[in-house]
Design a protein around this ligand. Structure first.
Ligand code: ATP
Length: 455
């Protein structure tokens, strides 16, 4: 997106700026290599960011594998033989069309440029950034794979690529997994891992980065059953977003038209999320046919067919793929959670994360820094370790300020330990969303919070 198009969406970009600044201030996400001026589009996840993305990945992996009987996990290497990318078609064709403005030097991806021009209502020969006419270059193809050399000798024989998708690691292990796990088709392989794309333009915080993580699943099915499985997976994936606290009104389906469809794909539907900078792709669900397995069989010379001994049939399975970026998902959940309201006449920022996604589950706050209150509060915190990550905050400031600090990072529950607790062995649980408080026995606290966090 050009800078002008971004600026034209004022209130929404202000909202994104608020989220970016909260992420930095509260230890979610930092600019990569910041002390050296920052490396563009590279981001580091801080202590709370690690928890956030860890919870997203866990929720995805559990829904995909533990909650089902027909999908297993894999963690394949990032670096793979060069032939993998020749077979998959990435070496020859994983290109984006690059356009430069000779006047202002702004750089565009040709398909995004057209979108920007349409948004601003200007001609296709006008630069959306500086509005000069006739200064845009012809699109030239640019391969998005990072190329490197494997080992000490840098020549054509040592070329490897940083993988631009995790899916190929699944295809090349199809037989290994199927045979070692004695799997019958239909079954799937799920993987979470890093991918790298030398994107032409990177904007909008962590939406499009050059290093990112994907959560991908390839589901192998008998040819002829792929349409039915495709519909099932569309429904399953859509339902998952509800489980991680998404407002479903903010999600939309986008079906790829014939001009968008990859040459090997039979059908492709994306799940779009309403980001502050527009409705954009978050997840892709693709019917990749038998293209990848056939190509790997051809290039490797290995038989990648599957023999169904019950039906006495041999075939190359078709594949239904689901693919979502971890960072993109984290950004969507940060946007979804961010809200401002007024409590006791004071403005507060509150991250309304779903409980399974919130980085910190419970904060324990003694009303005073003095003993024996501190000892009791620390003991309470120790007994809560099994509910997830907890924080302990005895810093000065009134309790209201400490609640606000927890609201800002989305902690669902605060436990306040006061002088009365020493006598009646009870503490106060304060709820992030309603700000309601209830008094409960210390002995029951772990069971109550475990149940509430699950509920
Ligand atoms: P786009 O059109 O946005 O470039 P794509 O259609 O090329 O995306 P896929 O190849 O289908 O994306 O990748 C699957 C998912 O991986 C995307 O839906 C997105 O969530 C994530 N993803 C892809 N590229 C990036 C990137 N550069 N940064 C962050 N996430 C990405």
């Amino acid at each position: 997106m050009s800078k002008r198009v971004e600026a034209s969406q004022d209130s929404e970009s202000a909202r994104l700026q608020d989220i970016v600044s909260l992420c930095k201030r509260r230890g979610f996400i930092f600019q990569g290599s910041e002390i050296y001026g920052g490396l563009q589009a590279a981001w580091d996840y801080g202590p709370l960011g690690v928890e956030l993305v860890g919870n997203i990945k866990r929720a995805w992996y559990e829904a995909m594998t533990r909650d089902r009987d027909d999908v297993v996990g894999l963690d394949s290497a990032i670096l793979m033989a060069r032939q993998v990318w020749q077979a998959s078609g990435h070496e020859a064709g994983f290109n984006d069309p690059l356009v430069d403005c000779k006047n202002c030097q702004e750089r565009y991806r040709a398909d995004h440029l057209r979108e920007d021009q349409e948004k601003l209502g200007i001609g296709y020969d006008v630069c959306p950034n500086c509005e000069a006419k006739g200064t845009l270059t012809e699109p030239r193809q640019f391969n998005l794979m990072f190329k490197m050399n494997f080992g000490p000798v840098a020549d054509d024989n040592s070329i490897v690529y940083l993988r631009p998708e995790t899916a190929q690691g699944i295809y090349v292990n199809f037989h290994n997994v199927q045979q070692s796990m004695r799997r019958r088709v239909p079954f799937g392989i799920a993987q979470v891992g890093k991918a790298f794309r030398n994107e032409i333009v990177t904007v909008n915080f962590i939406f499009r980065t050059r290093e990112f993580e994907q959560m991908e699943m390839q589901f192998f099915v008998e040819p002829g059953t792929e349409d039915e499985w495709f519909e099932q997976w569309r429904e399953i994936r859509w339902g998952w977003y509800r489980a991680v606290g998404m407002n479903m009104d903010h999600l939309h389906w986008h079906q790829h038209g014939p001009d968008e469809l990859a040459h090997y794909a039979k059908a492709a539907w994306d799940i779009y999320y309403d980001f502050p900078f527009g409705s954009k792709e978050m997840e892709g669900i693709h019917n990749r046919t038998d293209f990848d397995l056939r190509r790997h069989a051809e290039f490797s010379g290995k038989d990648l067919t599957y023999f169904d001994d019950q039906a006495n049939k041999r075939y190359v399975p078709y594949v239904v793929e689901t693919s979502v970026g971890v960072g993109r998902m984290a950004l969507a959940l940060l946007c979804e959670a961010y809200s401002e309201d007024v409590v006791d006449g004071e403005k507060r920022v509150v991250m309304r994360f779903a409980k399974n996604i919130a980085p910190v589950k419970v904060a324990v706050l003694p009303l005073s820094k003095k003993e024996p209150l501190v000892a009791l509060a620390k003991e309470i915190r120790r007994d809560l370790r099994h509910v997830g990550l907890t924080q302990y905050d005895e810093t000065g400031g009134n309790i209201g300020k400490r609640y606000r600090r927890q609201d800002e990072i989305g902690t669902p529950y605060c436990v306040t330990v006061d002088f009365h607790s020493l006598e009646d062995q009870q503490v106060t649980i304060r709820d992030r969303d309603t700000t309601e408080q209830r008094r409960v026995p210390i002995a029951d606290l772990p069971a109550i919070l475990s149940a509430d966090l699950r509920g």
